[in-house]
Design a protein around this ligand. Structure first.
Ligand code: ARG
Length: 563
């Protein structure tokens, strides 16, 4: 039980006749300063019922309430300020963590429902961008968080491996490409060909027609086109996998857009059957004016399907395959309109489950205030960013802890962790400007800071040779430990909030606060002093290690024991 529940219960026992437990709970406030206790109850809510001054009600309640969980209950004007009994609370909280370990905060709210998470989804033949990194790490973390509250996440990499750009690429490769160059440096070479194509197509419009024709061939299963497409895809995948390996992200499905090529006929047929398709200058559209949206373009005049057509097929396929409880799309904010249209078309088709589809948008990463764009070749290469971060971690570790055994491995965990944490620590909708120095910074509110706090706590436990004992009662009543205890106690709510809002930053912020509170505790308290509270202090340190490690795991980071 958290403090609010404990207070609610105590008040409710006295006002049962007049307020429900939930009503009491909703009235409770968090006092701004610790001088006003841990939880406050404004008594004016009862003034009407009791027909008395709130001050008097507060005083009378204070008399009647069972005080065993509280150090004191203070009446300040119309307010009742509750000061929790630190020893009792500490004992409960630490007992829970010792017993449940990393499962502290778990729940079964999700009832094991399947939740496909559409994430990462880079485009073949293009570098995986910082935007795709965001999708990858946010999606991965949401997967862990949902799993913790009882869902079954299914990570799907909806690769951008289909579309007219493959026509362009085939034309460019056949005209100006070399096999060797693609083998040596697939993404760079394919990107060069793509950029070249756009430059040359500005002068020679017939190139666009050629590209369209090649994409049509690809859609129809032409052998040469398919072989080239497959080869581009394989080579690109090898590059993407380097990044996924570094991030240690894996997928349950790599069904990209191409997978739905043969599944769109059915979609178009369904639309026809329901008389939803309209002709518009040779193209086929679905009217969405009922939803205040522009019409969705389903098929172009040359018969080619579009991004949205493939997403419709994918949504239907996911419903059939996974019978999802909800279906998430972790995709940049700039695609919001697309997902509104997607849901609307499916609703028009009578698929009520479209209400269970959620676009989980995130903000843009800019460079010097401008949007990063692949077409102009102006991109930040993710692999370079990660390697740079690892080097920087290596340098700092060599300085701080030159004798560390598995330096390479720890440097990787810290460097990659810094990049991932940097991405997750702010509300996902915030935009941020990318600077390498900022991303690999290890001080302040960063992943390495949290990892350091964890390692410091671990070494303290090792020094004391401490193992927690379930039958032991660990009670503390000092103000220093109380700040840490409150953050531990709040953990289950924190997890729930992160899951409800699909917001990894809630976890990242909790980890920073806990690391900061622990570092303060460590600086101000003689944890290893030989007195009767030593075991309890160590149990607190133990709980900190469990939660920091779990926070980091939920974000997709390691928590090295030593750094
Ligand atoms: N490949 C797309 C892009 O890079 C993202 C795909 C997102 N997922 C989806 N189901 N539409 O913009």
């Amino acid at each position: 039980m958290n403090n609010k529940d404990i207070v609610s219960k105590a008040i409710f026992d006295v006002v049962k006749e007049d307020l429900s437990f939930e009503q009491v709970q909703q009235l409770l406030e968090n006092p701004k300063s610790a001088d006003h206790g841990d939880v406050a109850f404004p008594a004016f809510a009862l003034a009407k019922v009791y027909r008395k001054a709130p001050q008097q009600i507060a005083a009378e309640l204070a008399e009647k309430i069972d005080g065993s969980s509280f150090e004191k209950i203070e009446v300040v004007g119309p307010y009742l300020n509750f000061f929790m009994n630190k020893a009792v609370i500490t004992q409960n909280v630490l007992a829970s963590v010792v017993k449940e370990k990393n499962h502290f905060g778990d729940s079964s709210e999700g009832n094991n429902a399947n939740v496909p998470i559409d994430m990462s989804s880079p485009n073949i033949a293009k570098p995986i961008s910082m935007g795709h990194l965001r999708s990858t790490v946010i999606g991965n973390s949401i997967g862990f968080i949902l799993e913790k509250v009882g869902y079954n996440p299914i990570r799907i990499n909806h690769l951008g491996d289909w579309g007219t750009q493959f026509g362009k690429l085939i034309v460019a490769y056949k005209k100006w490409g070399s096999e060797e160059a693609v083998r040596n440096e697939p993404i760079n070479e394919l990107l060069r060909l793509y950029v070249d194509f756009h430059e040359k197509a500005e002068e020679d419009k017939s190139l666009e027609d050629e590209a369209r024709a090649w994409f049509k061939k690809l859609e129809d299963g032409d052998e040469e086109a398919t072989a080239l497409w497959q080869w581009f895809r394989d080579e690109s995948m090898k590059e993407f996998n380097k990044i996924y390996d570094m991030l240690e992200v894996s997928f349950d499905s790599l069904n990209g857009e191409a997978f739905y090529n043969d599944k769109m006929v059915e979609v178009v047929e369904m639309l026809e059957e329901k008389h939803l398709l309209k002709e518009d200058q040779g193209a086929e559209i679905v009217d969405l004016s009922n939803y205040d949206l522009n019409p969705a373009l389903i098929r172009k005049s040359d018969g080619a399907t579009l991004y949205i057509t493939r997403d419709m097929a994918a949504a239907i396929y996911r419903k059939r395959t996974y019978n999802f409880g909800k279906s998430l799309y972790v995709v940049g904010n700039e695609q919001s309109y697309h997902f509104k249209q997607l849901k609307a078309v499916l609703k028009e088709m009578g698929f009520d489950w479209a209400d269970d589809m959620y676009h989980i948008p995130f903000g843009l990463i800019t460079k010097d205030g401008k949007k990063l764009s692949t077409r102009k070749g102006k991109i930040v290469l993710l692999e370079e960013v990660l390697n740079e971060a690892i080097d920087s971690a290596k340098a700092q570790i060599s300085e701080k802890n030159p004798t560390l055994e598995n330096k390479e491995e720890v440097a990787k965990q810290v460097g990659v962790g810094a990049v991932v944490f940097h991405d997750l620590k702010n509300d996902r909708l915030n935009n941020f400007d990318f600077t390498l120095e900022e991303v690999v910074r290890f001080e302040g509110e960063t992943g390495p800071y949290v990892q350091y706090a964890h390692a410091r706590a671990m070494s303290l436990l090792a020094k004391a040779d401490f193992t927690p004992d379930e039958s032991h009662e660990y009670a503390l009543n000092d103000d220093e430990s109380w700040e840490v205890i409150k953050l531990i106690q709040r953990y289950p709510e924190t997890i729930k909030q992160a899951a409800d809002k699909y917001e990894p930053s809630v976890i990242a912020k909790h980890s920073i606060k806990l690391a900061q509170a622990f570092n303060k505790y460590y600086a101000n308290t003689k944890i290893l002093a030989e007195d009767e509270q030593k075991e309890a202090r160590l149990a607190l340190v133990y709980a900190v290690t469990v939660l920091l490690k779990e926070d980091l795991r939920l974000l997709g980071l390691h928590a090295p024991d030593k750094m």
